[in-house]
Design a protein around this ligand. Structure first.
Ligand code: C2O
Ligand code: CU
Length: 476
């Protein structure tokens, strides 16, 4: 059922030692799910969609007790507004930094020029505004944005900086599509709270920061009133370290992954999401019958010789769906969702190998002044990720569209789980933008691993172009 792409993910373990993992706090669903507002967008004279985004500190009331100092985008104290853009459109995002320290804003999953990527080479100093602009040219998908300052990504994301980007295209697919009504963002993060209300950063293990409380779109113990027989949930794992195996007590229909829609829907028992991954699922609702979206224990974690700590054996309630007594009928999920041609293994120009060990890739720690790989613009290649470590890792490749090499239908990915002892073979298609000076990143998306050096840099060059990295020129 679940093609090997996700099967590989399903085997991810979730952590090594149980020390540092707080027991999950259970709370009955009691707050309406917050829906991130859509970012206000203007048009400039050239017809480009212009979004202003400010990153600033705020105060959030997650629980009934004291408030929590948090960081957010776009006037929200935590999280960020959802940016929507159409394929073919030019977008301009102006990010103003009102935080007390330098940050960056990365457009996770977007194919775009390296200087617009918002990685560690595009810092935004306090008080500064950084303008990113590019042409959106990729199929409809659920992407996201978050900080990426080298060595501080976990801290900035944990403070609350993260938002969704929805790419729309002109392909008509009859899926639920009313934002916040039957097409609902589900941004998963986990946090623990200190007695004074602040986020607790003490509960960390080798995988990273783990919370005892799940926040969905920043809401603790949320419920969603449902008015239709089907809801499409756009689930993003925005957690620093925790993985979730998302199920609804009955099979769900998986319609999309990181990079867009599947060729056709797949009915699956659950979907495993490691940090950074997305899944679009359609859940069937019966009138008046409540359904709880849960993260389930991962027995496969034990098979891999790893236990528990990152949520591997906890059952977490994520979101209660509360259908009304009368529901508006939703159309059936179409049998064909996408006709996009899969990547062609025969077109792969070469194979690269990446060995994952403790906070290292190919034995190397991230060095902003070193270029690790040089790839031709638009190339398709095979990248082999071998996890030789006892911990789970995952790998996110900037700018690229990925497919796990496996029999059957292939899902579009940009972040893939690499369980301990496993090798995952990917088809990688890098974007069309050559820049011999500014690199893209490939890294583990467990943010503490990334911050501790589990990241390499690659340049994308044009035919015959020589890499000429500008080292230390932070603004690229
Ligand atoms: Cu979502 Cu390089 O990050
Ligand atoms: Cu890792």
């Amino acid at each position: 059922f679940l093609g090997a792409t996700l099967a590989a993910g399903a085997a991810v373990g979730l952590a090594a030692c149980s020390s540092g993992a707080p027991p999950v706090v259970r709370r009955p669903a009691q707050r309406p799910l917050a829906i991130p507002p859509l970012a206000l967008a203007g048009r400039d004279a050239a017809g480009r969609r212009v979004v202003e985004l400010t990153a600033a500190p705020g105060e959030s009331a997650f629980l009934d007790g004291p408030t929590t100092p948090t960081w957010g985008y776009g006037g929200l104290p935590f999280g960020g507004p959802t940016i929507r853009a159409r394929r073919g459109e030019e977008v301009v995002v102006r990010v103003t930094n009102r935080l007390p320290e330098t940050t960056t804003t990365h457009w996770h999953g977007m194919t775009l020029p390296a200087r617009m990527d918002g990685g560690p080479h595009q810092p935004i100093a306090p008080g500064e505004t950084w303008e990113a602009s590019w042409r959106v040219d990729q199929p409809a998908a659920t992407l996201w944005y978050h900080p990426h300052p080298h060595g501080a990504t976990e801290r900035h994301v944990h403070r609350g900086l993260a938002g969704l980007i929805l790419v729309d295209d002109d392909v008509r697919v009859d899926l639920p599509g009313r934002y916040g009504v039957d097409d609902v963002p589900v941004v998963l993060t986990d946090r623990s709270f200190a007695p004074d209300g602040s986020f607790d950063t003490a509960h960390r293990n080798a995988v990273g920061l783990l919370g005892d409380t799940v926040l969905v779109n920043g809401t603790v113990a949320p419920y969603l009133d449902v008015r239709t027989t089907r809801v499409r949930l756009r689930v993003l794992n925005a957690s620093p370290a925790r993985s979730y195996r998302v199920g609804a007590g009955a099979p769900v229909t998986l319609v999309g992954t990181d990079g867009g829609l599947l060729p056709s829907p797949r009915v699956v028992p659950d979907v495993l999401l490691t940090p950074g991954e997305r899944a679009e699922i359609v859940v069937e609702c019966a009138p008046g019958r409540r359904t709880v979206l849960r993260s389930l224990p991962d027995e496969l974690g034990a098979v891999n010789g790893i236990a528990i700590a990152a949520g591997g054996h906890d059952t977490l309630d994520l979101l209660e769906l509360r259908p009304a007594d009368r529901l508006e009928p939703s159309p059936a999920v179409p049998a064909v969702l996408s006709r996009e041609a899969p990547l062609d293994e025969g077109a792969a120009l070469r194979t690269r190998r990446f060995v994952l060990s403790s906070n290292r890739i190919n034995g190397l720690a991230m060095d902003m002044g070193r270029v690790d790989e040089v790839v031709e613009a638009g190339a398709t290649e095979i990248w082999e990720l071998a996890n030789r470590h006892t911990l789970p890792h995952n790998i996110h490749v900037h700018d690229a569209r990925l497919q796990v090499l496996s029999p059957g239908e292939r899902a579009w990915k940009d972040t893939v789980a690499v369980p301990p002892g496993r090798t995952v073979r990917l088809l990688v298609r890098v974007g069309p933008y050559a820049d011999p000076e500014v690199p893209y990143m490939i890294h583990c998306h467990m943010l503490r691993h990334e911050d501790d050096g589990m990241m390499l840099q690659f340049l994308v060059v044009g035919p015959g172009q020589r890499p000429a990295p500008v080292i230390g020129h932070a603004h690229g």
